[in-house]
Ligand binder design. Structure first.
Ligand SMILES: [Zn+2]
Ligand SMILES: [Zn+2]
Length: 446
């Protein structure tokens, strides 16, 4: 699962001003002088700039837009001014995004979920060029009754040159119930209501390999344990929680009923919900990069040594890869035939992510060699899970004999603990397996 931020500001776009950019340059040059950076060396300069954090960069000024990608499926959350940046990536034929999703040629399909209809969550939609291309299809999900009507109203003749019904793409509207779950490409997306003027909704995306919760525009006025239970349950064990950190704690106490929260309240809720990464989001348009960076440091300080959550600033352009792409690349499988017996070598981690790969490989190998005796060479296996054992147990029904060789002691112990050692013929070495299996072949034929 991939997560990317295209707009992270609340309320109204707030680009970095020229004087702020100038000040960043002045501060950076002074620092470079103090650190004796070799300004004639491009690599040294680049390294120095990379170390500058928000002094050499910006949180970004576009309003809310986030994408979640599940393999080849694109899901967009909200259409603040950040969605214009997404539109450029999708329409520039030279970009990876354009080639992957093909909106520029009218072959694109995406899902668009709205948290609510405040300006900062819809104002980019009129500039979302993929909607101007015939053939593209958008499935639009929302909860409030008036969503199609409000989207059309922001593009009336008096306020915008193009009218909403002039979009050439197919727009399919789907109204969701509060708490309803919808399946998108194997992921389950559900919602819960947040305290916000006019109501806003958080979305939880549960994919095979990761869970992301997008909870922007929400106030948590009552912080007692019992009062936050509904949110803890909804955010529980998320890999990423995108959280409304618009206010300081002090402001959130004073600006009651404004419908926003703070980084520290997010830290409390995320910590008790077992969230792994807390992303501070919906930054106040008046907050500078330095102020947001300070909030990040204070939140980290507040959490102290707690291993979770890791706190990050949601910054324009930030992309995170979540979930199981790694376990898949940690597992290798190959095969060869020797003396009429199929040897399948397993190496790395035999985790629940790779059992399907194992099953398919076994079937293909047996067919390819037209043989029914299989030896699994496990000498390079570093991890065996119960799911892996289950797949091996099932595999016995696909072949005449399934033997195991070269078990590292740790892997052998896992088989012992699971009580399945007697399910398999286990040999010390390849040679031992070969002579045993071939003599049993003689015995069988004799
Ligand atoms: Zn907002
Ligand atoms: Zn709002």
């Amino acid at each position: 699962m991939q997560l990317k931020f295209w707009g992270v500001r609340g309320s109204i776009p707030s680009p970095t001003r020229p004087d702020q950019i100038q000040q960043k340059i002045v501060d950076a040059l002074l620092l470079a002088g103090r650190q004796n950076v070799d300004l004639s060396n491009p690599d040294a300069v680049r390294q120095f700039v990379d170390s500058l954090s928000f002094l050499g960069s910006t949180v970004g000024g576009n309003t809310t837009c986030i994408t979640v990608e599940l393999d080849d499926t694109l899901i967009i959350f909200d259409a603040g001014s950040g969605i214009r940046e997404l539109a450029e990536a999708l329409m520039d034929r030279n970009s990876e995004w354009a080639q992957k999703y093909r909106f520029y040629s009218g072959q694109g399909h995406a899902y668009l979920f709205f948290t609510h209809m405040h300006w900062d969550h819809i104002q980019g939609l009129p500039f979302f060029r993929p909607m101007n291309v015939a053939g593209n299809v958008f499935d639009i999900y929302y909860i409030h009754d008036y969503v199609p009507e409000v989207l059309a109203r922001q593009m009336q003749y008096e306020t915008f040159p193009l009218q909403f019904d002039q979009f050439a793409a197919v727009l399919n509207f789907h109204q969701l119930e509060v708490g309803q779950t919808v399946e998108v490409s194997g992921a389950y997306i559900t919602n819960t209501e947040l305290y916000h003027p006019g109501r806003a909704f958080a979305y939880r995306v549960e994919g095979d390999d990761a869970v992301v919760v997008i909870a922007t525009d929400g106030e948590y006025a009552r912080l007692d344990y019992a009062e936050t239970r509904r949110f803890r349950d909804f955010y529980a064990n998320a890999d990423v929680l995108v959280f409304d950190a618009m206010f300081s704690v002090r402001e959130s106490f004073i600006k009651e009923d404004w419908g926003h929260s703070s980084a520290l309240i997010g830290a409390d809720i995320a910590r008790s919900a077992g969230v792994k990464k807390l992303l501070l989001f919906h930054h106040d348009p008046t907050n500078t990069d330095e102020e947001i960076s300070r909030v990040l440091q204070e939140t980290q300080e507040y959490l102290g040594d707690a291993p979770y959550p890791e706190v990050m600033v949601a910054q324009e352009g930030l992309a995170l890869t979540l979930g199981a792409s790694e376990p898949n690349t940690d597992f290798f499988i190959d095969d060869y035939l020797e003396e009429g017996i199929v040897f399948i070598r397993l190496s790395g981690k035999f985790s629940p992510h790779v059992t399907e790969k194992f099953r398919k490989h076994l079937l293909t190998a047996v067919q390819k060699y037209n043989a029914d005796k299989v030896v699994l060479d496990m000498s390079s296996l570093s991890e065996l899970t119960i799911a892996g054992i289950r797949a091996m147990v099932d595999a016995r029904t696909q072949v005449l004999t399934l033997a195991l060789v070269g078990l590292p002691s740790r892997i052998h112990r896992v088989l012992e603990i699971s009580g399945t050692t007697d399910f398999f013929a286990i040999y010390e070495s390849k040679e031992a397996a070969l002579s045993a299996l071939n003599s049993s072949a003689l015995a069988n034929s004799g």
